[in-house]
Design a protein around this ligand. Sequence first.
Ligand SMILES: Cc1ncc(COP(=O)(O)O)c(C=O)c1O
Length: 445
Amino acid sequence: MTVTPVQEQPPLQRTPLLRTSLHAGIVDPEMDSMRLLSETAMKFPEALSFSSGAPYDGNHDLANLSHYVERYLRHLRDQGVPEQRITRLLFQYGPVNGFIQDEVARMLRHDEGIEVSAESIMITHGFQEATLVALRGLFASPDDVLLSVSPAYVGIRGAARMLDIPVKGIVEGPNGLEPEAVAAAARAVRATGKRPRALYLVPDFSNPSGTVVPLEARQRLLEVAADEGLTILEDNPYGLFARDGEKMPTLKSLDTRGDVIYLGSFAKSAFPGARLGYLVADQEVTGEDGSRRTLAQELSKAKAMFSVGSSSLSQAAIGGILVENDYDLTSATRELAAVYQERLAASLDALAEHFPPERYAEHQVRWNVPRGGFFLTVEVGFEADLAAMERSARDFGVSWAPMSMFYLDGGGDRALRLGFSNLTPAAIREGIARLARFIESEAGA
Ligand SMILES: Cc1ncc(COP(=O)(O)O)c(C=O)c1O
């Protein structure tokens, strides 16, 4: 047999691709800030990390995954769903808006006092996809502007950036977003010829600041939204972790006009690896032919093009958690809420021990006192940027997040965020002792 020699190929001439030729959402260094933060923190694995908001993972047990999926399948069988349909539901492409909306509606009624039909709910890949879908649907013109609390969770700025939606930040006060500041921002946007279209906020234990909007301000925010023609995007991943008796009504439960879209996540109430969340949009949309559908149904066109549907396995696991707990995530997360409350208290006690208020002139450290959530903010007397965080992690063994990363229009240069959710009280005490040594050395420098 004769073997033909392989012809030598000329070297590949790849066309150079400049990063600057890509979409602004990819090019903008701000969009990379969370990755840089976690990479910097990960360079120092020995450091105690206050830099993320990862939930407590001490209860995670692999055996639970199959248990919850089985629990959901049993629930379907108990309802008389034929075996063949169950198999198809799990293995095939499923309905775009998901298949656990009934269970989520029952949970919302129980936990949040939100009364909506299953047709008003879309199951999504976490809060993040819910936001992308809601923004895509609402923002129809390049003149539409998103108003957002500032400092804000990076996911909202990123989602808006990816969709080329302009954002105007409204700096919050000690009690979160102030309604009159929202009204002023809406007027300011309108004065430039643009339209304030929606308002994003986290009324309960905001990320990064841990603030809670008081009840009166919630009612006033709804009035401002009605007056200014704003749709409120209410993001609520931490509301369940309030102290007993302190849980506030969500804006959605107070919304009588249909001005609120509620964005939910199972990342903190169940587990983030499921990547599951949901959107509640019960607004009625009238078509040109007079047809009427909920906004969640209308928005399924966006969801179909972003992700086709949400994972059936994740829906089954989360559905199983809801069924097993009788649609009562408040009770199901009581122990977890106590864990977070203990960690918050340990953080506040350690800060008070190391930075006595009577010696403020010396250390220049001040912090807020949230009543729940995963985060608190600390003001310091020096620039707390990523380079400072790296010095802190490398030389003192403690990492945190620069607050400036969360401000939309500048600010927070001398402040840091402490995320205490995934550190034990002992690690928190040690971490804050290390932070105190770092702060002392920066002050000396
Ligand atoms: C304010 C806020 N919203 C939403 C989320 C969760 O989003 P997802 O469901 O996409 O994990 C987080 C998590 O860090 C958050 O802090």
